[in-house]
Design a protein around this ligand. Structure first.
Ligand SMILES: Cc1cc2nc3c(=O)[nH]c(=O)nc-3n(C[C@H](O)[C@H](O)[C@H](O)COP(=O)(O)OP(=O)(O)OC[C@H]3O[C@@H](n4cnc5c(N)ncnc54)[C@H](O)[C@@H]3O)c2cc1C
Length: 442
């Protein structure tokens, strides 16, 4: 279906809630507000078209992952909070599929779980230790299992896999279908969406665009990786680029050999993250980090493309699946947002009416919906308890990034360290770079 852009804002509008950004965060927030209070006047303002950002171009892992390890969440907030967060996220994977179904959105949702392969001895030890630690903290076999090489081969024939962890808490989705369907759902529920409408200034009670203002009691920012482009928001998050490639549809013989019959998403345990999915039309969509951080938190369309990273991704993809047929037909990328303390945020100041949600790093497909539910509860202030509003990332204090050039030097040194750790571990050696990285991320 060709993508027709909705009209831009022309003239002023009055609303109850103005939302800046038409990605998952903005659109789920609009939808959740309209579910809770059907008469609410909700306006979404989007610079380009809904789904233009990471929401329309991601790897489609609808996972229960959180950017901070469970143990570290427990250290920061206590074990009960960490367990509750984990439970909410696991349920949210299922609920995302249900909500999409309720809205009639066909987004290829398939809850086949996720495989994390060990492709060298160091990865194997680390993943086995992760399973042991999970067991010790009460996580059962049904939530995280270790699969030996033979069991892995039955599910996914990946070159060099010595074993894998498997969790059922992940679904494969087609992100662009989901985000576009969500925009339609918001309109069906009475929300207004203006596209081609960059917000130039956010102030208490209003969002200013070139075509007019939206005056609203609540103005919520959902701009994620593009946040530094907004005046006065340069230090909140850093934009990191993740890039992807997709193969042409593979013949039946390839899938007979490779498996992934339940559309399990997959990765291996390297430090420079990779992620893949079997798409509904039989391709492999495969992505990873590895692009540099750009000085001054710069965000430019040109950064979505990086020939070096694309060729690295294709090489890795062909290493994993040596019988992959044909060409890589698509390559793209985009910015995600990483806060200084790596934790996402949902904030609402009821005095000013200003709010913001985001900072999911690479885990925003499900987290954005959880954040949106929390934000909708904060705005509508239900009288009963809200399981979302009590999550550890809601109304937490923010921490600014270091100023340049320290920020640039630190982040790119971290990225270089991760690449070095992978090289060392691929030779079967415990890596000093990995230990250092671990300490830096703690
Ligand atoms: C290549 C890639 C792969 C990824 N893979 C996964 C994955 O497999 N699983 C996962 O969980 N997460 C993944 N992520 C992260 C995930 O996609 C994001 O966390 C999530 O989509 C963020 O949604 P969002 O709505 O907050 O931000 P976005 O989708 O980036 O939306 C922000 C929107 O705001 C608009 N905007 C910005 N500034 C303004 C302004 N001033 N005025 C109006 N509009 C504005 C933008 O145009 C954009 O549409 C990936 C990200 C990338 C880039």
């Amino acid at each position: 279906v060709p993508l027709a852009r909705r009209g831009a804002l022309e003239g002023d509008q009055v609303a109850d809630v103005a939302i800046v950004g038409g990605g998952f965060t903005g659109l789920w927030t609009a939808r959740e507000l309209l579910v809770r209070e059907p008469g609410l006047r909700v306006v979404v303002l989007e610079s380009e078209t809904c789904g233009f950002g990471a929401s329309g171009r991601n790897g489609g892992w609808a996972s229960a992952l959180y950017p901070i390890a469970h143990d570290r969440v427990a250290e920061r907030h206590g074990r009960d909070v960490a367990v509750r967060l984990r439970d909410v996220l696991r349920r949210a994977v299922v609920e995302l599929g249900e909500a999409a179904g309720d809205e009639g959105i066909d987004c290829d949702f398939a809850r086949g779980g996720s495989l994390n392969f060990a492709r060298n001895e160091v990865q194997r030890s680390r993943l086995m230790a992760e399973v042991d630690a999970a067991r010790a903290s009460g996580v059962g076999e049904d939530d995280l299992a270790w699969l030996g090489a033979d069991e892995v081969a039955e599910r996914a024939a990946v070159a060099g896999a010595l074993g894998a962890t498997f969790t059922p808490h992940c679904a494969r989705v087609h992100p662009a279908r989901l985000v576009r369907g969500l925009a339609d759902a918001v309109e069906r529920r009475g929300g207004l969406i203006f596209e081609g409408t960059p917000v130039l200034e956010i102030a208490p009670g209003s969002a200013r665009t070139a075509g007019g203002h939206v005056f609203a009691q609540f103005v919520l920012r959902a701009t994620e990786g593009y946040t530094p482009l907004l005046e006065g928001h340069g230090e909140e998050i850093v934009p990191l680029y993740s890039l992807m490639v997709a193969s042409e549809p593979q013949p039946a013989a390839f899938w007979d050999e490779v498996g992934l019959r339940h559309a399990e998403t997959f990765a291996d345990d390297r430090h420079v993250i990779i992620y893949g999915q079997r798409t509904a039309d039989g391709r492999i969509a495969f992505g990873g980090r590895g692009a540099p951080y750009h000085y001054g938190s710069a965000v430019r369309p040109g950064f979505d493309v990086d020939a070096r990273v694309f060729s690295l991704l294709e090489r890795t993809l062909r290493e994993l699946f040596p019988s992959l047929a044909g060409q890589v037909t698509h390559a793209w990328g985009g910015p995600l947002a990483m806060p200084r303390d790596h934790a996402p945020y949902v904030r609402l100041d009821r005095t000013t009416g200003l709010g913001a949600a985001g900072g999911y790093t690479g885990d925003g497909v499900v987290l954005s919906r959880v954040a949106a539910c929390a934000m909708a509860d904060l705005v509508t202030a239900p009288t009963g308890p809200s399981e979302y509003a009590g999550l550890p990332f809601v109304n937490r204090p923010s921490k600014s990034w270091e100023r340049e050039p320290l920020r640039w030097a630190g982040i790119n040194a971290g990225l270089a360290l991760a690449a070095r750790a992978d090289r060392e571990e691929s030779r079967g050696k415990e890596s000093r770079a990995a230990r250092l990285l671990d300490r830096l991320l703690a």
